[in-house]
Design a protein around this ligand. Sequence first.
Ligand SMILES: CC(C)(COP(=O)(O)OP(=O)(O)OC[C@H]1O[C@@H](n2cnc3c(N)ncnc32)[C@H](O)[C@@H]1OP(=O)(O)O)[C@@H](O)C(=O)NCCC(=O)NCCS
Length: 174
Amino acid sequence: MVEIKTERLVLRPLGIQYLESVHEYASDLNNTRYMMFLPNDTVEETKEFLEGVDKQWSSDNQTCYEFAILLEGKMIGAVSLTLEEDDLKSGELGWIVNKKYWGQGIAPEAAAALVEYAKEKLGVTHFIAHCDAGNPGSYRTMEKIGMVRTAEYGGRFNKSSDEERQEYQYEMNV
Ligand SMILES: CC(C)(COP(=O)(O)OP(=O)(O)OC[C@H]1O[C@@H](n2cnc3c(N)ncnc32)[C@H](O)[C@@H]1OP(=O)(O)O)[C@@H](O)C(=O)NCCC(=O)NCCS
């Protein structure tokens, strides 16, 4: 099993065994306000998502690497890399941390470790990420791991609101 260790964290493949911890943040409006595909209304939705994640980890053609973030053995969030299907050297980063653990630098620590893993083990050289322009937690994470803003546009809709939002795009070559 893949395992990535950082100073404070352990990253392990996300999967159905983390259903309860994932559903706690994935169903919470404050935890998911700036996300396009969350919150989940039912535990079945979270279960379906995790079953898809499990399938990816056992696929011979894996393009999505979604890791559970563990702090002192407790699952407190997730960080992911989704490779572009027609260019496996390029991937999109994503992250979510249970709101009880915000503001401790968890996401940047996990994301930096994932970038290093992707560079060394998967040969990824280009990283991209997107977020709501009103979500400093996310774009500060991008900046802290060395990404730079390359675009801003409208037309974003988060799941919890009908309001059209601005979106930032960040990129980094390693
Ligand atoms: C985005 C997210 C993963 C950042 O994780 P984190 O581990 O809290 O990251 P950090 O501790 O490095 O904080 C990053 C920035 O968030 C802001 N922030 C963090 N906690 C905060 C809090 N409690 N109140 C206000 N701002 C806060 C700060 O601006 C901080 O930047 P700074 O260190 O320069 O001040 C986390 O906020 C989260 O899970 N948000 C909900 C999910 C989400 O929006 N994901 C991104 C979708 S694109």
